[in-house]
Design a protein around this ligand. Structure first.
Ligand SMILES: Nc1ncnc2c1ncn2[C@@H]1O[C@H](COP(=O)(O)OP(=O)(O)OP(=O)(O)O)[C@@H](O)[C@H]1O
Ligand SMILES: [Mg+2]
Length: 458
């Protein structure tokens, strides 16, 4: 298997450990996601017919808003080097798009897979591409002598010319390499934008497949180019790219990309609850919701999708669905689809304790973010323990009184709390700011006491 990606080597426990760096709590969800990922790796090792029989552990994450459902998937995507797409299931019910081609999800996935493999391949040809680009840039700086038929007797003269030309070229080469030519202007050929696009009439309608003839047939089509003036440094960058393209075997890239999408691809279907019909009512929206589920079914069950890179089988793509399921329940999904998501994980709502940890522990914790922002103005901001506890407490109170929006509440509270500081810096510039529970109360007490006000502001 060529898709040797980082996540492939992580054990379930290691995956959870990585997720722990960003997501507080939700242990069950992390665990199930980690198992599902590792199982795909395990499947690759199974030999023979049985391998084809082993289906992915598709998962539904269920839980209130703002508790980390999307965040888990986002981190997973960054962690894994597997092709990953995230789509909102509700997108397919948009007015006028009844049953918008669900297969476009797979086309997007394939696009990402191709880009990934191409980038990896580009890395392997990088140094050769650079060498070639250097030669081409030298050609631009000092056009090669076009050898004219030499009149008899002038032989020596021409050789002399050639030699001098060589010397100049070598001189330019060392200047190019040490960067002293970087700002000089040169003229290069770049592809003109007018790549012929074609629309394909796919069985499901005029889905734009973005079939780019030029890309597919590569050098077979005459390429339109235009001249562009630019600096040597920029020319080097562009020419290195062009040379890398030439060195890459696109056919191989596509072959690997199809393989990778089929065996390691992950599709995250957010807001799945929005397409779960509210029971029996045969009203308009419900019908189209069910329509979306019916469209999704073959893709999740395993079908072949036509992409511009060829057929992609979806049998072993991992689907992770997620939804709040406030109104509808997972059992409102059509039975066939339920069967295809055998694993259900509930995420718990977040407590005051969780908020304290979310504020401080994750690598991207809000407090760290604001500290970094203010540091750019040379202002040091500190939060004491009781200050942080107070923020968490207020977040819990507001969540319980108005709508429970989970950890998103911390964003609104932090921005209200720091509003004045963020506004007055840099004109007023304390070197060190300390936020204790007193500061937090002062800044927020009045807002909290007024329920109507807090509804608007926090
Ligand atoms: N358990 C958690 N640990 C750390 N941060 C969290 C956690 N839950 C939520 N957050 C923060 O809150 C924000 C919103 O969370 P997320 O997007 O995952 O919500 P969600 O569960 O997908 O909700 P929705 O159902 O509304 O889509 C995230 O950007 C993240 O910073
Ligand atoms: Mg979400």
């Amino acid at each position: 298997m060529n898709s040797k990606s980082k996540i492939d080597e992580l054990t379930p426990q290691q995956i959870v450990k990585e997720l722990d760096k960003y997501i507080i709590g939700q242990g069950k969800a992390k665990k199930m996601v980690a198992i599902a990922l590792r199982n795909r790796w395990r499947r690759q090792k199974v030999s023979g017919e049985l391998r084809e029989e082993i289906m992915p552990n598709n998962i539904i994450l269920i839980g209130p808003t703002g508790v980390g459902k999307t965040e888990i998937s986002r981190r997973l995507a960054k962690l894994s080097q597997a092709p990953f797409v995230k789509v909102e299931a509700s997108k397919f019910t948009e007015v006028g798009y009844v049953g918008r081609d669900v297969e476009s999800i797979i086309r997007d996935l394939m696009e990402i897979s191709v880009r990934m493999v191409r980038e990896e391949k580009t890395k392997t040809v990088e140094s050769k591409a650079r060498e070639n680009a250097i030669e081409r840039t030298l050609d631009l700086l000092l056009p090669p002598i076009t050898s004219k038929p030499k009149p008899v007797g002038e032989m020596d003269n021409n050789d002399e010319l050639e030699l001098r030309h060589q010397r100049t070229r070598e001189k330019l080469r060392s200047q190019l390499l040490d960067g002293s030519l970087d700002n000089r202007q040169v003229e290069i050929n770049v592809p003109a934008d007018s790549t012929p696009m074609m629309q394909i009439f796919s069985p499901l309608g005029i889905e734009e497949m973005g079939l780019n003839i030029q890309e597919i047939f590569g050098g077979m089509m005459p390429k339109k180019v235009k001249k562009r003036k630019t600096t040597v440094a920029e020319a080097m960058r562009i020419l290195t790219q062009q040379e890398a393209q030439k060195l890459i075997d696109m056919e191989e890239v596509i072959r690997l990309a199809v393989q990778r999408a089929e065996n390691s691809g992950i599709v995250f279907l957010d807001e799945i609850d929005k397409v779960a019909g509210g029971s029996s009512g045969k009203s308009g929206p419900d019908v189209s919701r069910e329509g979306v589920q019916r469209d999704l079914l073959p893709v999740v069950e395993g079908t072949s999708v036509v992409t511009k890179y060829g057929m992609v089988k979806t049998d072993h793509i991992l689907f992770i669905a997620s939804g709040a399921f406030h109104v509808s329940k997972p059992s409102d999904l059509i039975p066939e689809l339920q069967g295809r998501f055998p694993i259900r994980v509930e995420l718990s709502s977040l407590s005051e304790e969780d908020f304290i940890r979310i504020l401080t522990e994750p690598k991207n914790a809000l407090i760290k973010q604001y500290q970094a922002l203010l540091e750019t103005e040379n202002v040091n901001i500190k939060f004491t323990k009781d200050g942080i506890s107070e923020i968490a407490k207020i977040a819990s109170i507001v969540n319980s009184r108005s709508e429970n929006i989970g950890a998103r509440r911390l964003h609104t509270i932090m921005s209200t709390l720091l509003e004045d500081i963020l506004f007055t810096v840099p004109e007023e510039k304390p070197d060190l700011l300390t936020i204790t529970s007193k500061e937090v109360k002062e800044a927020l007490q009045s807002v909290i006491e007024d329920e109507d006000l807090s509804r608007f502001i926090l």
